[in-house]
Design a protein around this ligand. Structure first.
Ligand code: AMP
Length: 598
C-alpha cells in the first residue's frame, strides 16, 4: 500500500487530511489519484458512497487548481443538494492550508442571488446540481470557458433523476480539452453511453469492489403478498423487528406520503421524505432520522439520496423500483460500515420476475420470507420488552425520592403480578389487534390444473355466495350484504347496522361473516323493510348493498354474483374500499409509547 506522499499528494493537503485522521489512502484513492495527478487520463470509477471517492477526486483536483487564476477551473456535478454540500465541505476541509482557494456549492432550493454574488467574487471549483447550474448558465452568470476538470459524481443517480439533457447542455459549455472523471455505483447502459460520448482521453476503468455486486453484509429477503395486503405486511414486518431503524422506499411522492400518514396514524414512529416537502421540512425530517429520533423513514429514492446514514438495520422496498439499478442503491444503504443489514422487499406475484433479474445483477439469492404470524410478533415484542427491562439503566438518584411512595402503593402486589401488569400495559393492544387479525395469505403460483382442483379462497367464497352454503331457518329469509371481514364487520357490528338503519325492531337470526361479504337472516315478513332501509346507506364510506341470497324460497330470488363483483369493483374505484381498508387496519400501536431504540 502506498502513502499519500508516495501517491504525490502535496504537503499542504497532506497536513489537512492528516488532521482529519486520514492515515493511509483508501483503495479508490490509491487508484484514482495517480491518474489525475499525471493528467493524461479520463477515469471511470465504479465505486459506492463510503468508499472514499470524494478525496479520490478532491485531493488531486485541489492540487491542480491554479489559485492565482480567479476563474472556475474544476466543475463537479452531483445529483442532490445534500451531496453537493457534503462535497464542498470536504473540499474546504482538504484545502484548509491552500490559501485563496475557493469552492462554491451551487444547488437548487437556496438563494440564486447569493450564489451569483459568490460567482462574481470569483471561485475556482464549482460543485453543482445540474438544474441550478443550467439556471446560472442561462442567466449568463457563470463562465465555464476555463474548466479543465469535470467530475460526474453518482452519474447513475443523476441519470435516474432525469439530468441527462442538463448534463449534455452543461458539457457543451465546457472546453473539449478537459479531463473527465465519472463515479457511479452501477454501470447501466445510459452511463456507459456518457462514457463513450464524453470520455476520450484514454479512459481508465477502475472498479472498487466487484462490479454491481450487492454488499455482502446485506441479506435480501422478499415477502410475496397480494397487492391489497402490502400495507398490512409492512406493519407486521415493522412489528416483528421492534428495534428496526430503516428506510421504507416507495415509488411515488403520493404513495410515500400515504404510507407515512397511515403508519403515523397507526402509532408508529414514522415520517415522510419526498420532493413535495419544503427544504426546511426535509432537513428537519432528515435530522430527526440521523439522530435516531425517528425509527421509520418513508422516502422516495430521490429524496433519500442525500441522506448519509450508516447504521440502518433494514431497508424496505414497498414494491420493487421500476429501475432495477435503484434496487442496488436502496439495499446498499444498509449493511454499511461493517454492520449487517437486511433489504426487505414486499412484492406481489407479478414482480417475481424482477426478483430473479435482481438476483442476477447482485449475484446473490433472495430468501423468501414468511409474513410473521400474530403470535410470533407478540412473542418477539414481548422478549424485546423483557430485554429492555433487563438492560435499562436506572437512574437511582433521580427516582430515589419517589420510590418509597411507589413501593407503598404497590405493596399489595406480588412480584409476578407486577410483571404481568407491566406486560399487559405494553401488550394488551398488540395482542387484541393480532387476536382478531386475519393471517396474510401468500399468493401461490399455480398451474391451471391446480387451480381447478384447489379453488382459491375467493373463488370458494364466490361459489358459496349464492347460497352462503346454507338455507335459512323456517320463517326466516337469508340476506346477502356486500360487507365482510375485510371491512371490519363482525356479528355485533352487523346487528348494530340493522338496528341503526331499520326503523322497527327486527329479530335477527343466523349471521355468517365471510371475507368480503356476509349473510344474515331476518323474518320473512321483514325482508323488504330491511332491504329498503339498508340499501344505499353508507357505512364507513361504503355504499351498502343488500339482497336476498340465492336459494331463498322467494320470487326475488335472482341474485347474480357477477353483479356484486361489478359493484365491488366500482366502489373500489371510487375510493371507498380504501376507506374501509383503513378502518380494518386500525392501529394497534396508537397511543403506545414511541418505540425506543435498544
Ligand atoms: P466518501 O466515499 O467520499 O463519502 O467517504 C467516506 C468516508 O471516508 C468519509 O467520512 C471520509 O471522510 C472518509 N475517508 C475518506 N478517505 C479516507 C482515508 N484515506 N482515511 C480515512 N477516512 C477516509
Amino acid at each position: 500500500m502506498k502513502t499519500f506522499e508516495e501517491l504525490g499528494v502535496a504537503a499542504n493537503i497532506r497536513k489537512a487530511i492528516e488532521e482529519m485522521g486520514y492515515e493511509n489512502p483508501m483503495p479508490v484513492q490509491e487508484e484514482v489519484i495517480p491518474y489525475l495527478l499525471g493528467e493524461t487520463n479520463d477515469v471511470i470509477a465504479l465505486a459506492q458512497t463510503g468508499t472514499g471517492k470524494t478525496a479520490a477526486f478532491g485531493l488531486p483536483l485541489l492540487q491542480k487548481i491554479d489559485v492565482k487564476e480567479n476563474v472556475p477551473q474544476a466543475l463537479i456535478l452531483c445529483p442532490t443538494r445534500e451531496l453537493c454540500l457534503q462535497i464542498a465541505s470536504d473540499l474546504a476541509d482538504y484545502s484548509k492550508y491552500i490559501e485563496k482557494l475557493r469552492v462554491l456549492p451551487v444547488y437548487g432550493g437556496s438563494s440564486i442571488e447569493s450564489q451569483i454574488k459568490s460567482l462574481k467574487r470569483g471561485v475556482q471549483i464549482i460543485v453543482a446540481t445540474p438544474g441550478r447550474l443550467i439556471d446560472l448558465i442561462n442567466r449568463k452568470t457563470v463562465d465555464l470557458a476555463n474548466i479543465r476538470y469535470v467530475v460526474l459524481d453518482e452519474a447513475d443517480e443523476m441519470l435516474n433523476m432525469g439530468f441527462m439533457e442538463s448534463i449534455d447542455a452543461i458539457l457543451e459549455k465546457v472546453p473539449e480539452e478537459r479531463l473527465m472523471l465519472l463515479f457511479s455505483a452501477t454501470m447501466p447502459k445510459e452511463v456507459a453511453k456518457i462514457t463513450r460520448k464524453y470520455m476520450n482521453n484514454d479512459p481508465k476503468e477502475i472498479t472498487i469492489g466487484r462490479k454491481n455486486e450487492g454488499s455482502s453484509t446485506v441479506k435480501h429477503v422478499y415477502y410475496m403478498v397480494h397487492a391489497k395486503d402490502k400495507y398490512l405486511a409492512l406493519k407486521r414486518i415493522a412489528d416483528y423487528y421492534p428495534s428496526i431503524y430503516g428506510i421504507i422506499f416507495c415509488r411515488t411522492r403520493k404513495e410515500t406520503q400515504e404510507i407515512a400518514d397511515r403508519l403515523i396514524q397507526d402509532g408508529y414512529n414514522a415520517d415522510s421524505l419526498h420532493g413535495d416537502l419544503s427544504q426546511a421540512q426535509r432537513d428537519y425530517v432528515m435530522q430527526k432520522f440521523r439522530i435516531r429520533n425517528l425509527q421509520l423513514l418513508v422516502a422516495t429514492d430521490v429524496a433519500a439520496r442525500g441522506l448519509d446514514v450508516d447504521s440502518l438495520t433494514h431497508v424496505i422496498n414497498y414494491g420493487l423500483p421500476d429501475d432495477i439499478e435503484s434496487y442496488t442503491h436502496r439495499s446498499g444503504r444498509t449493511g454499511r460500515a461493517g454492520k449487517t443489514g437486511t433489504s426487505i422487499s414486499i412484492v406481489h406475484l407479478k414482480e417475481k420476475g424482477k426478483i430473479r433479474e435482481i438476483e442476477k445483477i447482485i449475484n446473490k439469492k433472495f430468501e423468501q420470507g414468511v409474513i410473521p404470524s400474530g403470535e410470533a410478533i407478540c412473542e418477539k415484542q414481548l422478549f424485546s420488552l423483557v430485554d429492555r427491562i433487563e438492560k435499562v439503566k436506572v437512574n437511582e438518584e433521580e427516582i430515589a425520592d419517589l420510590l418509597p411512595s411507589v413501593y407503598r402503593k404497590l405493596d399489595w402486589l406480588e412480584k409476578e403480578d407486577i410483571i404481568k401488569r407491566v406486560m399487559a400495559l405494553e401488550f394488551n393492544r398488540l395482542i387484541e389487534y393480532y387476536r382478531d387479525a386475519e393471517e396474510i395469505d401468500t399468493p401461490q403460483e399455480r398451474s391451471s390444473r391446480d387451480q381447478k382442483e384447489y379453488p382459491r379462497r375467493k373463488d370458494r367464497e364466490r361459489n358459496d355466495r349464492s347460497s352462503g352454503g346454507r338455507t335459512a331457518e323456517r320463517g326466516y329469509s337469508r340476506l346477502f350484504i356486500n360487507i365482510g371481514r375485510t371491512d371490519n364487520v363482525n356479528p355485533a357490528t352487523l346487528m348494530g347496522l340493522v338496528n341503526d338503519f331499520v326503523p322497527d325492531k327486527i329479530s335477527i337470526g343466523r349471521i355468517d361473516i365471510m371475507q368480503n361479504f356476509s349473510f344474515f337472516e331476518v323474518p320473512e315478513r321483514d325482508v323488504q323493510k330491511v332491504i329498503k332501509s339498508l340499501n344505499r346507506q353508507e357505512e364507513k364510506g361504503r355504499r351498502i348493498s343488500v339482497e336476498l341470497a340465492q336459494g331463498n324460497p322467494s320470487p326475488r330470488n335472482n341474485y347474480n354474483a357477477q353483479r356484486f363483483d361489478r359493484d365491488r369493483g366500482m366502489k373500489k374505484d371510487s375510493g371507498s374500499r380504501n376507506q374501509n381498508q383503513k378502518n380494518s387496519d386500525k392501529g394497534h400501536r396508537k397511543g403506545n409509547r414511541k418505540p425506543k431504540f435498544s
